[in-house]
Design a protein around this ligand. Sequence first.
Ligand code: IVH
Length: 670
Amino acid sequence: MSANPATIKHIDALRTKLREHDYRYYVLAQPSIADEEYDRLMRELQELERKYPEVASPDSPTQRVGGQPTKEFATVSHTVPMLSLSNTYNEEEVQDFDRRVRSLLGKESFKYVCELKFDGVAVSLVYRNGVIARGATRGDGVQGDEITQNLKTIRSIPLRVFGKKRGLTEFEVRGEVYMEREDFRRMNEERELAGEKTFINPRNSAAGTLKLQDPKIVAMRPLRFVAYYLRAERFELQSHVNNLQLLRELGFPISGHARLCRSIGEVTAYWKEWEDRREELPYDIDGVVVKVDLLRQQERLGAIAKSPRWAIAFKFAARKATTRLKGITLQVGRVGTITPVAELEPVFVGGSTVSRATLHNEDYIRDLDIRVGDAVVVEKGGDVIPKVSAVLAEQRRAGSKRFIMPKTCPVCGSKIFRPPEEANYYCENSECPAQVKGRIEHFAHRGAMDIEGLGEAIVDQLVGLGLVRNFTDLYTLAGKKKQLVALDRWGEKSVENLLNAIEESKEKPFERVLFAMGIRHVGAGVARLVVGHFPSIDSVMAASKEELEQVQGIGPRIAESIVRFFSEKHNQKIVRKLREAKVQLEEKQKRGAGNASLAGKTFVLTGTLAGFSREEAKQKIEELGGKVTSSVSKKTDYVVVGEEAGSKLDKANELGVRTLDEAAFTRLIQ
Ligand code: IVH
């Protein structure tokens, strides 16, 4: 039995619907129906296609995962070679590029478009009559692998484009296949649980996945696509910006972060901005791409060798490098935490030379099987502390040995122990010089009592000479001025400066003092919360674990740590000494009730606000008792949306989290 016209119409309608839902879900990240409803539509379509094989169509939404595993990919030639970009790393080189463009274009005015440089895999997609006809890797730029089946599994790649543009019958879209960091992390976690080999980074796993011969496996991996290039036969295209718009209308995902720039100064500003903001993105970028906007001008500029003269990659300093692990030492923190540290052959990463990097803890070393002598990858992530992120095991030297955690503290020789359920080891001796110094440094730190001039070296000296045994002793130094002036490398002036800084610290508000005391799990934010409810040291010390837990944001772990801290005799003595020194041990003005209007509310900031810097907005929210986090989840109360907001806005919409534009946000904090 063949399908009647009504059935064919129904099948068509189902396909259109599913296409639209795919688009809403995978491109816009704004789904409008429940997953169950989507699955129901998909099943209905699958059944109809099974029943009426003659209506089957390769661009049907059911055909994303089709085809049999291939033995080998076919080689295909690109109609127009896929050029690569020449790389620049600093402003001078970009200015050279700009000068060349200007001199080649003569008197003509022109604009640049700046885009993010996605750290993924470049692919080419050819469409005929609105339907995907071929997908290929870049290969050597002239020929690549035909991987249509694999690319069709990527849900954000349209199998059939939206609408019809007269004359746009054949076109090619180029873009990047990539993986978001969070998807990558989750995928690796699952692989690990399943006992499979994990991938090194999102780009490698995207590249590795596209090379798989079985599209069914590819379909299970969280690949995404973003388009950044359009070429059409017999269809007039004007400018890159228009092309991006056209790509969007056709149903392709494009980045929301492209920007038209009128001068090379604006280009550099864009580069700097994204160098700072790259961690806000859910995916990796390794620089920005600068393109001359008008296609007519691109043509005039042409290409040399393998790179166009109308575009350039303006890269960020590499944040990863390979080097050799010379040794593993242990560092002792202010609460006795023992952190294994990688001693490295010095290597240049992300703008500075790195010779030490964190190895986190015993489990981390064991899981990656990091061994002294190994070639390792050093990475600078969002935080400035570099870490060893991978081992090049194939380069391992014969006779290397697994790392074994020492039994004793490298500073005082006391036994070290690892509490159950914790990843860290601790030195059991609270008088261990490393802990003593660490506590004093923490006390003097900028975010705590802010005692200028009291850095690591000075603390070393003062503790070494027995002039200071804990941070309360700092307030007795004024009486030892003569002794200090006589010290090596010290003079009248520097001693005076230090004593003044110590004196001034007595004016620091109580919440800073509480933070400076170095209670485990009590950071600056927690200290502020505690002081908001217990405005004096006496009330904090009198509070029970249950009372502390009443405070929004304070859980059992923190509450217990505070109670334990103040139950210890030597800490009670510390409080007495601080009181004698006339350090602030209560809040000066009590906060008015209306002032904590945002208490317990969690905010995420995205995009640029006109009236505040990010730091200012954050401060305002925190002053009113709110909290700012970096990623949107169901627990987020508000997403504050500025200009050029990114994926966080999409995420907020997806999760139904409330969004505030700048005007609404300003009203809220007033
Ligand atoms: S345009 C001729 N735009 O960078 C211009 N490329 O070496 C062709 N890439 O292989 C590329 N983000 O993989 C362009 N926004 C972007 C890009 C981008 C990443 C990659 C692409 C290409 C390489 C250039």
